[in-house]
Design a protein around this ligand. Structure first.
Ligand code: ZN
Length: 230
């Protein structure tokens, strides 16, 4: 044929990194704290044992340090918390848009053992003295599959190491046909125990299985307790 198709030029530039204008950084300040609270509420419900509901300017307790709010009146053993946010910040736009985030905290042996439901494993024998718990990590639907979740995960894990944590723990969701297993395995975590209905009775919001306060259902998703030495 010997004719250059004009479309060939566009196909050769398709390899541009889709994350080239994405920045992953430590969450700091009220804007970030409330963004994380929004993710927590949106994906994991609003009712928690250890916090305020996210409403009317209240934050869940663990996000107080992210916001820079005083924790003096809160009876918590420690509040070593590290939040991360991902922002999309292209040069031709005025300001970054948050597209994902998560947080981690340091927990004592006692609190770590209390966290998972009663199961077949000996949490007391497993947990270290100083443990990191990686709470939720969420990436906007349109930004998934690009490695952003791993970056959010890695930042929190590095922070846990810097804090001198012995071990790291996390709950990993197991939805029908979809699992966070590859993420955990990539960072050397081992599955400790699978719970068939990890959040039943405890989480009235779950976009994955359709639980909402308006339909009175609670999350029926399975979950795995993951752990690794640090
Ligand atoms: Zn669910």
């Amino acid at each position: 044929m010997g004719v250059d198709h004009p479309t060939s030029a566009t196909t050769t530039t398709a390899a541009e990194d889709p994350l080239r204008h994405v920045v992953v950084r430590e969450a700091a300040g009220e804007r970030d704290a409330f963004y994380l609270a929004h993710l927590w509420s949106r994906w994991f419900g609003t009712e928690y044992k250890h916090g305020h509901r996210y409403a009317s300017g209240k934050l869940p307790y663990p996000l107080f340090p992210v916001a820079g709010w005083s924790t003096e009146t809160i009876e918590m053993e420690n509040l070593a918390v590290h939040g991360v946010v991902a922002g999309h910040d292209p040069p031709d736009r005025d300001g970054a848009v948050q597209i994902g985030g998560g947080f981690a905290s340091i927990m004592s042996h006692e609190h770590t053992v209390d966290e998972p439901p009663d199961g077949g494993f000996d949490a007391a024998a497993l947990a270290g003295e100083r443990n990191a718990w990686l709470w939720f990590g969420v990436v906007d639907e349109s930004w998934r599959g690009l490695g952003l979740g791993r970056r959010l995960f890695e930042r929190r894990l590095q922070w846990a190491r810097d804090q001198g944590a012995d071990m790291a723990f996390a709950f990993g969701w197991e939805h029908e046909g979809r699992t966070s297993r590859p993420l955990f395995e990539a960072f050397g975590f081992i599955p400790v125990e699978r719970f068939e209905r990890l959040y039943e009775g405890d989480r009235n919001v779950c976009p994955e299985c359709g639980a909402l306060p308006s339909n009175d259902r609670t999350c029926t998703c399975a979950g795995v307790v993951w752990a690794t030495d640090l």
